[in-house]
Write a protein that binds this ligand. Structure first.
Ligand SMILES: [Zn+2]
Length: 458
């Protein structure tokens, strides 16, 4: 059978593709600082071309280029006489900053293989997945001489900073990125080696809240008569959420969709590694003593309001009796279907005004809509079957992830059913020192992509 030949290529050529992954990881591409981002885009185009995938960079206004590749199957139709479907891969070639550097056992941009794992910044998030997908396509080309479906590669360079320039870019190129189905950037296996399939992402509204008092910081002896920006900010923040974790902004929960019966069934099967996470974080319990399916349901389906940082006055060594003139908090709202970030921003403004805080300035930093593909979708079902075949284990399906990303541009704007699978595992340490993937997960993840392509072509 032809898929056997493809799988054999994936195994036989493993070292060559791990070298290509090393080449890609060795090129820093830190979106937060811009370091090496452009060079990485060019390198990726080169690697894709070397593997028979016509690729080029597309300029993005205000941001680094998107790497775009497209390859059509030579057979004009599937065996059943239908127009062959197009599968789009969404990935990102940018990575998180490597700090703190002294916690890496080998330097972040000098990839190293140890104990059947490959280490380096971006191996898991998301360069391992990029190479795995190229590897799967190349396996068909080499083993069979053709691919079973049309494929498109969309690889952006700003995912780790919230893809700020992507919305107008996608809107401008809608027809170029048309596809019947798509694979999102991340995924892998859980602690029990079961393949995890993710169907959605939360949205995000990220804001800064600014309180301003006097024109400059001043002597705190004047506190009885001068307004204190830090207190203003604390009082305003205090109105946003109560101690039961309920967000108090009027109308915040209005558009939240109730989970379907099917989604609740899927959640029952998810084993969250509670003990490992508690130990890792030095916690005795989770919020509200949550555990089991209730914990998973809350993690995946609850929208949140999180103070990410607060800055005001003097926080250095010793004491300084000062009355701060400004105070700023960074706050993120993780949003679930069908909340909309612009609407939540409006509701936040109304809420602050209504509570007497019309002096608090809001600066909105990023907007991402939540998005998900229903589990009943044919493509989702195909991926579940393929994963269970390849991994020989039950697939665990997450109706959505607790994380956020620009999924809505593909799912909601382009209308493509999107599913996230990949080559990671729970200890891959994405975003942290010693990021890595296990080579066995890379092989299985690559075979899964090949299987999905093969099943789609039938
Ligand atoms: Zn990331």
């Amino acid at each position: 059978m032809s898929l056997d030949k493809v799988n054999k290529f994936i195994e036989d050529e493993l070292d060559r593709f791990l070298q290509q992954l090393s080449r890609l990881v060795r090129q820093p591409s830190v979106a937060a600082t811009g370091e090496g981002v452009k060079e990485c885009a060019e390198l990726l185009v080169e690697i894709m071309k070397e593997n028979g995938i016509p690729a080029r960079t597309l300029p993005v206004e205000g941001g680094p280029p998107v790497v775009y590749g497209e390859l059509r199957t030579q057979s004009g139709s599937t065996p059943l006489g239908r127009e062959p479907p197009t599968l789009i891969f969404y990935d990102h070639y940018d990575v998180q900053p490597p700090d703190p550097l002294d916690e890496w056992e080998s330097p972040p941009f000098e990839p190293q293989i140890r104990d059947d794992k490959i280490y380096g910044r971006g191996t898991s998030d998301n360069k391992g997945n990029i190479i795995s997908r190229i590897h799967a396509v190349q396996a068909f080309l080499s083993a069979i001489g053709d691919i079973p479906v049309n494929v498109k590669f969309f690889v952006e360079g700003e995912e780790e900073i919230g893809s700020p320039h992507l919305p107008p870019f996608i809107n401008k190129h809608k027809s170029l990125f048309k596809a019947n189905c798509g694979i999102w950037e991340f995924g892998g296996v859980d602690h029990e080696g079961r393949p995890n399939i993710w169907l959605g992402l939360k949205g995000m509204l990220y804001v800064e809240l600014w309180a301003r008092g006097a024109a400059t910081d001043t002597h705190s002896a004047r506190a009885p008569i001068i307004p204190n920006a830090a207190w203003r900010l604390v009082w305003a923040l205090n109105t946003l959420k109560n101690q039961d974790e309920r967000v108090l902004i009027e109308g915040f929960y209005d558009d939240v969709l109730e989970p379907t019966k099917k989604e609740l069934e899927l959640i029952e099967k998810i084993h969250y590694p509670e003990e490992i996470v508690k130990k890792d974080l030095g916690l005795k319990s989770f919020l509200k003593n949550l555990t089991g399916p209730e914990l998973v349901k809350t993690l995946l389906l609850e929208p949140t309001c999180t103070i990410c940082g607060i800055q005001s006055g003097y926080t250095g060594e010793g004491s300084k009796t000062v009355l701060p003139s400004t105070a700023m908090a960074k706050v993120d709202f993780r949003l679930v279907a069908n909340q909309r970030p612009k609407d939540i921003l409006e509701k936040l403004r109304n809420h602050l005004d209504k509570h007497g805080f019309n002096d608090i300035e809001i600066i909105a930093r990023s907007f991402l809509e939540p998005a998900k593909t229903p589990v009943e979708d044919d493509f989702v079902q195909l991926v579940i079957r393929a994963a269970e075949e390849v991994y020989q284990k039950e697939a665990i399906v997450y109706p959505t992830s607790a994380g956020s990303g620009p999924l809505y541009l593909f799912r909601n704007v382009l209308g493509i059913p999107m599913v996230s699978v990949g080559v990671g595992y729970p200890l891959s340490k994405a975003h942290a020192p010693n990021e890595h993937i296990r080579i066995k997960d890379y092989v299985l993840g690559t075979k899964l992509i090949a299987r999905i392509m093969s099943d789609l072509g039938k």
